[in-house]
Design a protein around this ligand. Structure first.
Ligand SMILES: [Zn+2]
Length: 183
């Protein structure tokens, strides 16, 4: 299984290399900005592939291990595979991971989510912090656009708004309020 993943990834990387070289022939006089934008899109696609592989491997490895309940220590039973989506600065992943439950204390967890530090949000901590930092001095739509310019990742203005209204930042509340009043 791990070898299949490796072969698929390497085939994808080789295909992408050819695609980039072909693009370069067709855009021989293109600007550095065009090249940057094209390569970033490719990088995110390739890293998304890798991220998905890594998370699938972790989920498989965890499925082979016993999982004591964090609350009471009793071994939990594997309940169900659930789909999950995660977006990071290095790409996105859709993967399946197991949920476990404890018959004694009713604990219900996904060990992989716990290891990864994934809460209910699909966005990695770096993305959330980046968006929060931009949002302090910019209106929602502008923050979304600049974040996309910098990272190649589109986060809708409504999500930008939501991220900032559930997440506490390290700035004092008064300072955030003052910054927001400007807009
Ligand atoms: Zn328990």
């Amino acid at each position: 299984m791990a070898n299949d993943r490796r072969e698929t990834f390497l085939a994808e990387a080789a295909r992408m290399y050819d695609e980039i070289m072909l693009w370069n022939e067709e855009h021989a006089e293109g600007s550095l900005e065009e090249l940057e934008s094209f390569l970033r899109e490719k990088r995110l696609a390739l890293m998304s592939h890798l991220l998905t592989n890594v998370l699938e491997l972790r989920a498989e490895k965890l499925a082979e291990e016993p999982h004591p309940s964090p609350s009471c220590g009793v071994l939990m039973a594997s309940e169900a595979l659930r789909a999950r989506y995660a977006q990071t600065l290095e790409g996105e992943a859709r993967f399946q991971r197991a949920y476990y439950s404890c018959r004694t204390c009713s604990e219900w967890i996904s060990p992989l989510d716990r290891h990864l530090g994934l809460d209910r949000s699909a966005w990695s901590r770096s993305i959330q912090e980046g968006i929060t930092a931009l949002r302090i001095s910019l209106p929602v739509r502008r923050a979304a656009n600049i974040f996309q310019d910098l990272t190649g990742i589109w986060i809708s203005p409504s999500t930008v708004y939501r991220l900032n209204h559930k997440k506490k930042t390290s700035l004092p509340l008064k300072q955030i309020k003052q910054a927001e009043e400007i807009w």
